[in-house]
Design a protein around this ligand. Sequence first.
Ligand code: IPE
Ligand code: IPE
Ligand code: MG
Length: 250
Amino acid sequence: MSLRAAPRRVLPPDASVPGAPPRHVAIIMDGNGRWARARHLPRVMGHRKGVEAVRRTIEAAPDLGIEVLTLYAFSSENWRRPADEVSDLMGLLRHYLRTEIAELHANGVRLRFIGDTARLSEDVVAMLEQAAALTASNRRLTLVLALNYGSHDELIRVARALAADAAAGRLDPAAIDAGAIEARLDTAGLPPPDLIIRTSGEQRLSNFLMWQAAYAELVFTDELWPDFDAASLKRAVDTFGQRDRRYGGR
Ligand code: IPE
Ligand code: IPE
Ligand code: MG
């Protein structure tokens, strides 16, 4: 897309059909540590069980009419965790990518990644690029993994890109509008999330999709992420179905 193209307003969504399923569901997968602690297991066991919940959720999503599923897997703040936990999480990510991409591809899943992924290990970056290229034309479900993702970091990168374009004379600062920002977000080209689910009873966004969530419906559940399954997803989608989305317009 040309940077000079008149940016189109994407948010709030132009067509919200009452009663329609959420096109884009984003999940803050929280509670792995508490799941493990309740069982006197090491935290990594909670993360491993969490991967099983990821599989179940991906499998269940298309049947509920979901087109895009975004999963918050590692935040830009999660580097603050103890080094051995960060290393366990990166190891699980590596293992997941190595073992699941072929099956995701066979099931028509298109993979995308958001976050500052360039700062992950070289071998992981290579796998992400390969996975995105391999699955680019799949249409059954778009799976977006948020890796080293944080809204503040994302918006800082957007601001830098806008400033660089303005400084180079490619962009008139007065022409910066919502579309210009959205075109530079990691989620460019994706619809905004209709429904954001957070497990484990916490009720905060933790730096997740803060621009994109402007008109998302938020559903909080006390379930811990390793316990999340198709029925949990269905419940959240049903709750979404009872919400009255107004977008400030009435
Ligand atoms: C979510 O579970 C997984 C990641 C944030 C990577 P947590 O590890 O945050 O689990 P709790 O919140 O400590 O229970
Ligand atoms: C949010 O969970 C990040 C992910 C799910 C990847 P955290 O457990 O890191 O969030 P806080 O620390 O409770 O806000
Ligand atoms: Mg947590």
